[in-house]
Design a protein around this ligand. Structure first.
Ligand SMILES: *Cc1c(COP(=O)(O)O)cnc(C)c1O
Length: 453
């Protein structure tokens, strides 16, 4: 323990001196919590304190930490080969995983293009959609994409170009390519003051407008189906996604689903779009793909998109894109083990009663004085804190109310991370009932403490 405590200080000092943390104002970075181990749904710091992992280590963990089956899958592959390239070569796990992904994904998606993070999966989707139209018609003027307000598709410049979160994206404006933004179904703050079951999806008017006047310049529409994650856990009303898809299909615009956050069971089904019974032309996935163990992403496409890229080498129809670690065997082995567990442990059926319990427990929170809205789809939860519940008036942003709740939670042994004034809960799918109860209890206490209810 003595030795350990020396290490804590040294490590924290090394971090402060050398590491630039993502999405972090480093001037406020004082006392880093150093994680050194984990077990199931708990993270363990270097002093031995345990914390419930309330956001699945940034939305990636599925079956818990140090899961023996996933560890074994990676170790077995490690003894064979850690990395060989997919440029000109195939490998065992990437072929096997591709087959599994085609089996579990919505119908129609039959080809898998690997990369290693969600932003890259989105870049690939955008480039494929654009180039598809070029191959169909060399004169194609389809250079733009339709995206939603509040959308988040990653941090690289193509992904930022289809992003809609001013705080993250505005500053890069001069570097971005032009696209079209459509209204998002943020029902709690509906700009038309309608309620969703009676609105007839009025917010789709902006999509209709774009499709009727601009369709010839549009390569595709990109959407996080069912839940917009980083935009604030904005849950779309039932039927919304299928409306969007049918309108795009009528207008001949490709549909790209970004299921980087919603994929792999997070909303209660393997992919969120399966709840709406619709398939996209292109599907992006990443976060939960390896169960939260190694970086891996995939962009899946339909045969007709794939076939548009086939030709003689001289025709230059090749998709000239590929990251160095594309299809990394270790990451693909983790992905295979992750999917084996979904089958072996019946992860999705086992999750259904826990979703119900979570909904029930969240009702206590939705009654609180400074809670404007509680949004839940499966294990994706956003609790929007407001200064005034009856008007929905937000807290002044510099009060950082969401961050304060998360700091309070850490003192009570819970790691969560907010999105502005939205407190996010996204536990691993294997969380136990009593741990779910603990999660909600601690969050409620912390909201009380911080909002002074
Ligand atoms: C996290 C996320 C991304 C970006 O993934 P990275 O692996 O962080 O690059 C893209 N789209 C959505 C919907 C996400 O939640």
């Amino acid at each position: 323990m003595k030795e350990g405590s020396v290490n804590v200080e040294e490590l924290a000092e090394l971090d402060r001196r050398y590491v630039w943390h993502p999405f972090t104002q480093m001037r406020e970075w004082m006392d880093p919590l150093v994680i050194s181990a984990a077990e199931g749904c708990y993270l363990i710091d270097i002093k031995g304190n345990r914390y419930l992992d309330g956001v699945s280590s940034l939305w990636v963990n599925v079956h818990g930490h140090c899961n023996p089956h996933i560890s074994r899958g990676i170790e077995k592959q490690l003894k064979k080969v850690a990395h060989s390239t997919l440029l000109g070569l195939a490998n065992e796990p990437s072929s096997l995983l591709a087959q599994r992904l085609v089996e579990i994904s919505p119908p129609g998606l039959e080809k898998v293009f690997y990369s290693d993070n969600g932003s890259a999966a989105v870049e690939i989707a955008l480039k494929i959609a654009f180039q598809y139209w070029k191959h169909i018609d060399p004169e194609s003027k389809r250079t733009r994409f339709i995206h939603l307000e509040n959308s988040y598709h990653g941090d690289t410049l193509g992904a930022v170009s289809v992003g809609g979160i001013a705080l993250f994206h505005e500053v890069y404006g001069p570097l971005l390519h032009e696209n079209y933004s459509m209204e998002a179904p943020y029902c709690y703050r509906c700009s038309r003051g309608l309620s969703w079951d009676k609105c007839g999806f009025k917010c789709l008017d902006t999509l209709d407008g774009l499709l009727s006047s601009k369709a010839n310049s549009v390569a595709g529409l990109i959407i996080e189906p069912v839940v917009q994650g980083a935009g604030g856990m904005i849950v779309q009303p039932t039927g919304y996604v299928s409306e969007v898809v049918s309108r795009c299909q009528k207008a001949g615009v490709l549909v790209i689903f970004d299921e980087v956050a919603t994929g792999f069971g997070r909303t209660g089904t393997m992919f969120a779009c399966q709840q709406e019974g619709v398939s996209p032309d292109i599907l992006c996935m990443a976060k939960g793909l390896t169960g939260g163990y190694l970086p891996l992403a995939a962009t899946m496409v339909t045969p007709s998109i794939y076939e548009a890229f086939l030709g003689e080498y001289g025709e230059q129809k090749t998709f000239f894109h590929g990251h160095t670690y594309t299809g990394n065997p270790l990451a693909c082995a983790a992905g295979l083990a992750n999917l084996e567990l979904f089958d072996r442990d019946m992860t999705l059926p086992a999750m259904q009663p826990k979703i119900e319990i979570l909904s029930k427990r969240l009702r206590d929170i939705s009654d609180m004085d400074h809670v404007g809205d509680v949004r839940q789809k499966g294990f994706m939860v956003g609790i929007e804190l407001v200064k005034n519940r009856s008007t929905g008036e937000p807290y002044p942003w510099d009060q950082a109310i969401g961050a304060k709740v998360c700091i309070a939670a850490r003192k009570k042994g819970l790691i969560i991370r907010p999105l502005g004034d939205v407190v996010v809960l996204m536990p691993p799918l294997v969380i136990k009932e009593n741990e779910l109860g603990l999660l909600v209890d601690v969050v409620k206490e912390c909201i009380e403490e911080v909002t002074g209810q």
